[in-house]
Design a protein around this ligand. Structure first.
Ligand code: PMP
Length: 380
C-alpha cells in the first residue's frame, strides 16, 4: 500500500505516538489543582512551548482547538465587526470561506473574494481593489491543500496592514512542512491542524498575536479554559502529541522538505514522461515540496483511482455528502470542469520513501493504460 495523501492526513509520527500514549496512561484534568492535574497542565505547557517554537510566537499566543476548522471559525468570528467587510481568496478551504460567509451575514458585512491566476497565485490587483473597501480582515491561506501553491504572505500582510486590516492565514498545509517565523511574518491570526504534520487527528491551534486582535470571542459557552477563549476540558493526549509532532517537525523540517521535493520532482518527471497528455497544476516553484496536482487528459480521476487500489491519493474534487463537485480551486485557476474531473492530487510527506515513488509511478502508469484502453479503445 502506497500512501500519497498527506494533505488529507499524515501518519502519526513515532514521537507523537509516544507522547500521546504516555498522556493516555496518566490521569488528570489540566484544570485540577492536585498533583495529577498539575502534571496534565505541565504536559500542556510543554506542548504549547513546542508549538510556539515551531511558529516563532509566544506560547500564550496559542489557543488549542480541535483542529483548523475550529481555529478558522474562531479567528474569523472574532475579527468580524458589524458592518465591515471580510476578504478571502477564491481557493480557501470551506472552513474559511463558509465561516466568512456565515459571519459576514450575521454582522451585516460583505465578503470580497479575490481570484487567482492560472498558476494558482493570488491576484494582487484584486486584493488591492478589495482593500479599498476598508475590510476588517483579510484571510489568505499559506499553502493550498489541492495544489500546494504558496501565497506571498509577507506582501499580503504589508498591503493589508497599510489598509488597516487584520490578516489571518489558514496555514494548515504549511505548518510542519516549511519554515514559518511569526516573529518576522506579522500575521495577526494563524490556524493549524496537527494531523497534517504527524500529530493525532482532532487537535490544532489558533495563533492570535498579543495586542493586535481585539478579542477572541469563544464559539461556545462554557468554562474559562484557554484563558476564556476556548471552553472545555483540554484534550491533553492530543495536545501532547501535537507538541511532540511540532518538536520533531521543527528538528527535521529543512532536511525533510529537501528530501520530499526531490521525490516529488522525480515522481512528476517520470509520470509526465510515461503518460503523454499529463499536465501539472500550480506554480512550478512557489508550492509545497510534497504536493503534485496532475491532470490526465481525458482520463477521469475516479476511474484512475479505482484502477490503482494499492495507492492512496485524492481526486481534485471535494466530496461533500456523497456528491462529487468539481474542485473550486481548480475551477478558480481556470481549468474546465472536464480538466478538474481528470485531476489527481498526490501528496508526499515525512514517511514517504524512494521505493514508494518507484511503485507509485508504475501504479499510475498502469492505471492510465487500463483506463485509456477501457474508455478510448481506438486510440491505444
Ligand atoms: N484548512 C485546510 C487548508 C485544510 O487542508 C484542512 C484539512 N483538509 C482544514 C483547513 C481543516 O482541517 P481539520 O479538518 O483538521 O479541522
Amino acid at each position: 500500500f502506497i500512501y500519497l495523501d498527506y494533505n488529507a492526513t499524515a501518519p502519526v509520527r513515532p514521537e507523537a505516538v509516544a507522547a500521546t500514549t504516555a498522556s493516555l496512561a496518566a490521569v488528570g484534568n489540566a484544570s485540577s489543582v492536585h498533583t495529577a492535574g498539575r502534571d496534565a497542565a505541565s504536559t500542556v505547557d510543554q506542548a504549547r512551548e513546542r508549538v510556539a517554537a515551531l511558529l516563532g510566537c509566544l506560547p500564550n499566543e496559542l489557543i488549542f482547538t480541535s483542529g483548523a476548522t475550529e481555529a478558522n471559525n474562531l479567528a474569523i468570528r472574532s475579527a468580524a465587526t458589524h458592518g465591515r467587510s471580510l476578504v478571502v481568496s477564491a481557493v480557501e478551504h470551506p472552513a474559511v470561506s463558509e465561516a466568512a460567509a456565515a459571519v459576514a451575514n450575521s454582522v451585516a458585512g460583505k465578503v470580497y473574494t479575490i481570484g487567482v491566476h492560472r498558476d494558482g497565485t493570488l491576484r494582487l490587483d484584486e486584493l488591492e481593489e478589495a482593500l479599498a473597501a476598508s475590510p476588517v480582515l483579510v484571510s489568505v491561506m499559506a499553502a493550498n491543500n489541492e495544489t500546494g501553491v504558496l501565497n506571498n504572505l509577507d506582501l499580503v500582510v504589508r498591503l493589508a496592514h497599510e489598509a488597516g486590516a487584520l490578516v489571518h492565514s489558514d496555514a494548515t498545509q504549511l505548518v510542519g512542512r516549511l519554515p514559518i517565523d511569526l516573529s518576522k511574518l506579522r500575521l495577526d491570526l494563524l490556524s493549524l491542524s496537527g494531523h497534517k504534520f504527524g500529530a493525532p487527528q482532532g487537535v490544532g491551534a489558533l495563533f492570535a498575536r498579543r495586542g493586535t486582535v481585539p478579542a477572541i470571542r469563544p464559539l461556545a459557552y462554557g468554562g474559562g479554559h484557554e484563558r476564556g477563549r476556548r471552553p472545555g476540558t483540554l484534550n491533553v493526549p492530543g495536545i501532547a502529541g501535537l507538541g511532540a509532532a511540532a518538536q520533531a517537525a521543527r528538528r527535521d523540517l529543512e532536511q525533510e522538505a529537501a528530501r520530499i521535493k526531490v521525490l516529488r520532482d522525480r515522481f512528476e518527471t517520470e509520470v509526465m514522461t510515461a503518460v503523454p497528455g499529463t499536465r501539472r497544476n500550480g506554480h512550478p516553484d512557489q508550492r509545497l515540496p510534497g504536493v503534485s496536482s496532475l491532470t490526465f487528459d481525458g482520463l477521469p480521476a475516479d476511474a484512475l483511482l479505482a484502477a490503482m487500489p494499492g495507492l492512496a491519493a485524492s481526486e481534485g474534487s471535494a466530496c461533500s455528502s456523497g456528491a462529487l463537485e468539481p474542485s473550486h480551486v481548480l475551477l478558480a485557476m481556470g481549468l474546465s470542469r472536464d480538466e478538474a474531473d481528470c485531476t489527481i492530487r498526490f501528496s508526499l510527506g515525512h514517511a514517504t520513501t524512494a521505493d514508494d515513488i518507484d511503485r507509485a509511478v508504475r501504479c499510475v502508469t498502469y492505471a492510465t493504460h487500463l483506463v485509456r484502453a477501457a474508455l478510448h479503445p481506438n486510440t491505444t
